[in-house]
Design a protein around this ligand. Structure first.
Ligand SMILES: Cc1ncc(COP(=O)(O)O)c(C=O)c1O
Length: 1016
């Protein structure tokens, strides 16, 4: 130091002016600038302003050469960067030489004056810091290809040498402070090997806020970078770390400041994840270096109070950094660069979204099936929030329970990301941002009564089971690790549980999907809250259960959202819960009245607005999922992906009519007829069951030339007038005009209501006598039947299974009388009965015409008639049969897809197995509930007839209605049928699983118990 002082240049202003003129041919006004080691003059000339530097004679040549070469490189390759650009001497060199009056050799350099105000004097807005990051990024990018021997310096300020701070610890007086520094030094020692492998290049290495200039007119814009005295070859990330360390001094949000810098730098000079991952520690180590160098200097000089003052911000920042979770700080910095807050975070969220349908229910039943409402913690004035914030969980719980009782709500949801005022304690003070509290909920709360069991949706390994004692803490807290195939591992956190889990589970235990995790705890056990589960996911598997941040700062919500993705999908909550779309129920009802036919009916007193269908589920506009056991149109499940894909693909390719050749129609006809007896070979495609039946009637007329119809009582065959005419269910009820003369109604062959003295084995024959009588009556008038039409299992009549031999007998009689036999399979076809493709097959007959609809297209309007060659020949009388939409390529593609799925997934086998399971359960219920008169079913076509007296079989219509409504309230859809509306009717999709069936059984049980209680 002393040597340097002796060699410090002391040229007069006049001598300096002479040097300027001699070496640069410039003249102007010179004014001296402060410099510790060199002599600097600001020079104002007509060519602009410059700095003339006369270098200390003792400075090694390689150092001034290095700085000069560095600036020359920047000038050559990034001339627009606002750094001091070198003005060459008259002889074209970057450095000049002169000899002082003392006979010492000095190098001289003239550089352009960089305009601006030091950042130290202006505010460090986020924009200014991002601009600084950009400036450093551009500067370092310009230096990528630059190297110089002088860059390989041994400097304590080299981040790689930060470990040397350990040797200076002795100069730090306080043991506590030393311990603080040691913690950072220890972390640094473990990451130093990684640091050694990072990209290195020449960097500025000292972007403190005196070396950074700001545009005086716009303090958000960095206008210059100066002082290259500490430049060296070092890891590139050190540039960012150093700037961030200075930017964080006295900053309310030092990681936010670092994030702004790194964001700017990354935009100009893309950083690597492994670089960002070390940034938090490198920021700290710059400060550790700084405070230990100061301490060491202080110990060598007189106690200098100024030094202590200038160190204080660095110490304060170190203490702040020490209180932070480094993984969270790193997450913020990663996110600032556009990297995932935790590696794999997106993949976890994507995997859960993609596999959500295969997750086991987290509650006893899928969470979306419970009527749910938001818990009012987002409303600071709500009494429940007020009580919770005041740590009065009992009162808060009572408010919630009253609300649930009044509204029928069973599940309270506290959403991810909600701003809440309930977090009043000290533990919710931010460790990142001064004077800020953590207010935003990062978990998903599910409020249900204490004791409600919760189950893991995925297989898991128990990471930890512990009790957090703090008031407003988690109470019993469990962390599980999940490692599903094809997904990065992640953790689920289960808080506020009952303590019973402590005895049952321990770290390392394996849980299967659907296994019990715990029970929602009462306030005494759960940290003092109204009973609920705090469920949270963490994509950072290194965090311990108590490190996982349950509540976070809003500023970093985007970071927390990746570290702790919203658990809604994992928990099985439907998206629609969070966002209601479209018109309100009342508005739609009103518009229906104004705009639509008034005879359209709406199911239920309180109508449902469904917005999505998925497999066996229908989801309403509030996100509630209903188990669809009624709608047999979506035969293989709502929105079946195979069907949707086939439809979309064909629709995107071609849709025309049958007047052009296309593969689909013949392929479909081949496949469809292959499921039928060999006599039924010719298909006609239409768009609805009604059209199918109408076409069947045209065929019948062409074949027989007759009109006389024999129909079963209480049957329904379609909506056109000629079909209403053959549907007693319509013409005998409101608005109906009774049977037309050619309509002959046969008794419904309902074995359950057969006269008691009929032997069961004769039911078929005995009921067929009704048809015989009708034919005889026609014959007496010189007439004969044109046709007999019946559903193979009459449905609206109350899921009536025809007695054995019935159709055989009837078909024989009708055919003998010259009529044709039509089987309406619009409801019951396509394998629903499981044992056969077609329900008529259970009767051992072959119809002349079969009509199909509803399930054929899984919701797409498609229907068909299949008949014999004989009938077809009669129908082919010269008149063209054209149906604009019938048999179009899209419809046929859909039909093919439905057949593919039924066959490839053996859905007939499934229907039979699940149907048998349901029948067993219903029969078991029949033993316990007098009201169940008869259980009927085959495959997934099921009915339960309810009677108020098993002997008289008097219909229990009220019970049936109450049961259907009760099931709906519990989220299961079914209907009532039969002349007295006393038959519960179920036709669930063919993909109905054992779990779905058990859900239905459990709901029926609950409902029957409830209705029995209330109706007596
Ligand atoms: C047995 C039966 N046949 C025919 C139809 C008429 O079908 P669509 O409504 O498709 O015209 C129905 C409709 O409910 C039906 O149940």
């Amino acid at each position: 130091m002393n040597d340097m002082l002796k060699t410090t240049p002391d040229f007069s202003i006049g001598a300096a002016a002479a040097l300027l003129s001699e070496h640069y041919g410039l003249s102007g006004t010179l004014s001296p600038l402060a410099s510790e080691r060199d002599q600097n003059f600001k020079v104002e000339t007509s060519d602009g302003a410059f700095i003339l530097k006369i270098v200390n004679a003792a400075e090694p040549e390689v150092e001034s050469d290095f700085q000069t070469a560095l600036l020359a490189h920047v000038t050559a390759h990034a001339g627009d960067l606002p750094v001091p650009h070198i003005r060459p001497t008259l002889s074209g060199t970057s450095l000049g030489h002169t000899t002082s009056p003392h006979g010492l050799d000095h190098r001289i350099r003239l550089v352009g004056w960089v305009v601006g105000q030091p950042l130290a004097e202006t505010g460090r807005s986020d924009a200014a810091l991002e601009s600084l990051g950009r400036m450093l990024g551009r500067f370092d990018a310009a230096l990528k290809g630059f190297m110089h021997p002088g860059a390989l310096r041994d400097l304590d300020w080299d981040i790689r040498k930060a470990g040397r701070s350990a040797e200076r610890l002795q100069h730090v007086a306080s043991a506590e402070d030393r311990a603080l520094l040691e913690r950072f030094l220890k972390r640094f020692a473990s990451l130093a090997p990684r640091l050694a492998t990072l990209r290195a290049a020449v960097i500025h290495n000292d972007a403190n806020d005196w070396n950074v200039l700001v545009d005086s007119a716009d303090h958000d814009r960095i206008s210059g970078l100066i002082d290259f005295g500490d430049a060296l070859h070092a890891p590139v990330i050190a540039e960012v770390a150093i700037a961030a360390a200075y930017a964080g001094l006295d900053h309310a949000d030092p990681i936010g400041a670092a994030a702004a810098i790194v964001r700017g730098f990354h935009a100009e000079y893309p950083l690597l994840e492994e670089e960002i991952d070390l940034l938090y520690d490198l920021i700290a180590m710059r400060l550790v270096t700084s405070v230990t160098i100061s301490a060491s200097r202080r110990s060598h000089t007189e106690d200098n109070p100024y030094l202590a003052i200038s160190e204080r911000p660095a110490w304060t920042l170190l203490r702040k950094l020490d209180r932070m979770n480094p993984r969270f700080a790193t997450a913020i910095l990663r996110k600032a660069c556009g990297f995932e807050a935790a590696p794999g975070a997106h993949a976890v969220a994507d995997w859960i979204a993609k596999n959500r349908k295969s997750l086991a229910p987290l509650l006893e039943r899928p969470a979306a099936t419970y009527p749910a409402a938001l818990v009012p913690y987002g409303d600071p004035t709500h009494p429940m929030t007020v009580k919770s914030a005041a740590e009065q969980p009992g009162e808060a719980q009572a408010i919630w329970e009253d609300y649930c009782r009044d509204t029928g709500i069973a599940l309270g949801i506290g959403p991810f990301g909600e701003a809440r005022t309930v977090y009043a304690g000290d533990m919710f003070v931010s460790r990142f941002i001064e004077n800020t509290r953590r207010t935003h909920h990062l978990g998903l709360d599910l409020f249900m009564p204490a004791g409600t069991k919760v189950f893991t949706p995925l297989p898991a390994t128990v990471v930890s089971v512990e009790i957090e004692q703090d008031p407003l803490g988690y109470g019993c807290l469990i962390a599980l690790r999940h490692e599903p195939e094809g997904c990065p591992p992640f953790v689920s956190l289960w808080g506020h549980l009952a303590h019973e889990a402590m005895q049952r589970l321990k770290a390392g235990d394996r849980l299967d999907a659907g296994a019990l995790v715990g029970e929602m705890g009462a306030p005494a056990e759960n940290g003092g809250w109204a009973p609920h589960l705090h469920l949270q996911l963490s994509t950072d598997t290194n965090l311990s259960a108590t490190e996982i941040l349950g509540v976070g700062e809003p500023r970093y919500l985007d970071v927390w959202a990746e570290l702790f993705p919203d658990a809604r999908t994992f928990a099985g909550i439907a998206e629609e819960f969070y966002q209601r779309q479209g018109r309100s129920h009342d508005e739609i009802v009103k518009l229906r009245h104004e705009l639509l036919l008034p005879n359209l009916s709406i199911s239920y007193d309180k109508p449902i607005k469904f917005v999505r269908g998925e497999g066996v589920w229908l989801i309403d506009d509030s996100g509630r999922a209903y188990l669809d056991c009624f709608n047999n149109v979506c035969h293989i499940g709502h929105a079946h992906p195979t069907v949707v894909e086939a439809m979309a693909k064909q629709a995107a390719t071609l849709n025309t009519n049958t007047r052009y050749l296309h593969d689909n129609i013949v392929a479909y006809a081949e496949r469809l007829t292959a499921t039928l007896p060999k006599e039924l070979t010719v298909a006609g495609f239409v768009n609805s069951g009604s059209e199918a039946n109408s076409l069947a009637l045209r065929m019948m007329r062409a074949h027989t030339g007759r009109e006389n119809a024999i129909v079963l009582d209480w049957s329904y065959h379609g909506t056109t007038q000629e079909l209403i005419d053959i549907s007693p269910y319509k013409f005998r009820r409101k608005g109906g005009k009774g049977p037309k003369p050619h309509i002959h109604v046969a008794t419904i062959p309902d074995s359950y209501h057969a006269p008691e003295d009929w032997p069961v084995e004769e039911h078929g024959k005995r009921f067929a006598e009704s048809v015989a009588e009708l034919i005889a009556a026609m014959r007496a008038k010189g007439e004969a039947p044109g046709f007999f039409i019946a559903e193979s299992i009459p449905s609206v009549a109350g899921q009536v299974f025809l007695p054995d031999g019935y159709l055989k007998e009837v078909y024989r009689m009708v055919r003998e009388a010259g009529g044709v036999c039509i089987a309406d399979e619009v409801q019951v076809g396509f394998g629903r009965v499981g044992s056969h493709w077609w329900a008529f097959e259970t009767q051992g007959i072959v119809p002349d015409i079969i009509t199909m609809g509803k399930p054929i297209g899984d919701g797409h309007p498609l229907a068909a008639v299949v008949t014999t060659r004989e009938v077809t020949d009669s129908f082919n009388n010269g008149m063209e049969y054209f149906n604009t939409f019938g048999g179009n390529p899209v419809s046929c593609a859909v039909g093919l897809a439905v057949l593919d799925v039924i066959e490839s997934q053996d859905l007939r086998g499934n229907a039979l197995a699940i149907g048998n399971h349901l029948m067993d359960a219903f029969r078991d219920m029949q033993k316990r509930y007098e009201v169940i008169g008869e259980v009927r079913g085959l495959g997934l076509f099921l009915g339960i007839e309810l009677v108020s007296d098993r002997r008289t079989k008097a219909p229990a219509t009220d019970f049936a209605r109450a049961a259907s409504n009760g099931a709906r309230r519990r989220g299961v859809l079914m209907g009532t049928e039969g002349p007295h509306d006393n038959v519960l009717k179920m036709r669930p999709p063919m993909i109905f699983s054992k779990r779905d069936a058990d859900h239905l059984i459990a709901v029926l049980e609950e409902t029957f118990a409830d209705v029995t209680r209330t109706l007596g």
